[in-house]
Design a protein. Structure first.
Length: 296
């Protein structure tokens, strides 16, 4: 992979997860929320998925829920962090999402919960996921989108300009919903769908929010991040700006999390296909007409 594509330091991503693993249960509300979205989407699909891959499973909460569902025989758990996955029972292995160890056509379903926003080459990872699916296999993922932590980004930007005379990157870059559907198509998925929902969480202070992000294992991991400790005056000013600009009447501050949902199917001849261009049998004028003669 070229240096230009090395947005994230994967070693730091793993270290953050290793550090958070033991206490994740105290900070996993965001993951549990996204798990429920994935499970709700599966409820709408009348299919059986005997062999499932949970890609980026952390401690295995989603995998446990999937294992109890009708039609699921086995769930393979995979994560970058050994400390995380060692707390998960069943079939599991440590692996990097950027270098899939799975043979083509292995799984009926691949799910990924708030994991793929840390991948450097997302198009390449999606291609590998699609290849690991059986024909007409399903891919269903949740990842954090570009509007995530917009308030914290703004507060740090202004605080660093005031206290340091310039601003660095304090929040990791994330995928834009406008690009998500195109990425699925580029990876070769059939019937691709990308949609988004926003979750707003209220906090007593910006410092508590940053503490929770560390507890989730979601600390900043971009290669260009400043690796030194944040100056006290910068941190204090960022917290103050956050409160001044965004606090509600109760004094609490909001934190925005944008969750992008990706759905795609591995191509199969049995799937519905669009009609050939020009093969329509009904004129568009029929639906647009405003008189009995069909004139528009």
């Amino acid at each position: 992979m070229s240096n230009a594509m090395q947005v994230f330091e994967r070693r730091a991503v793993r270290q953050h997860r290793d550090r958070a693993a033991a206490g994740l249960a105290d900070y996993d509300f965001l993951f549990r929320h996204a798990n429920e979205i994935i499970l709700d989407r599966l409820d709408d699909i009348r299919r059986e998925f005997p062999l499932v891959l949970d890609l980026g499973c952390r401690t295995g909460g989603l995998a446990e829920a999937l294992q109890s569902r009708p039609g699921v025989e086995s769930v393979v758990r995979s994560d970058l962090s050994h400390a995380m996955i060692s707390q998960s029972e069943g079939l599991h292995l440590v692996s990097d999402e950027e270098f899939s160890p799975f043979a083509p056509g292995t799984f009926d379903l691949v799910v990924s919960c708030l994991n793929l926003h840390w991948v450097n080459d997302l198009p390449g990872a999606l291609i590998q996921i699609r290849q690991s699916l059986k024909p007409d296999g399903l891919f269903l993922a949740a990842l954090l989108g570009g509007e995530t932590l917009t308030e914290l980004r703004q507060a740090f930007l202004e605080a660093e300009m005031e206290t340091m005379g310039g601003a660095g990157q304090r929040i990791s870059p994330m995928t834009d919903i406008r690009d998500a559907g195109g990425l699925l198509q580029r990876a070769g998925f059939a019937l691709p769908v990308a949609d988004t929902e926003t979750l707003t969480v209220s906090y007593g202070s910006a410092l508590k929010l940053m503490h929770d992000l560390r507890g989730m294992g979601e600390s900043h991991a971009a290669r260009t991040r400043c690796k030194a400790f944040t100056r006290r005056d910068t941190l204090a000013r960022a917290a103050a700006i956050y409160e001044e600009r965004f606090a509600g009447e109760d004094g609490r501050i909001p934190a925005t999390f944008e969750i992008i949902m990706l759905t795609g199917w591995a191509p199969s001849p049995d799937q519905p296909q669009p009609l050939a261009r020009g093969s329509g049998q009904v004129s568009l004028g029929t639906f647009l007409s405003n008189d009995e003669d069909g004139k528009v």
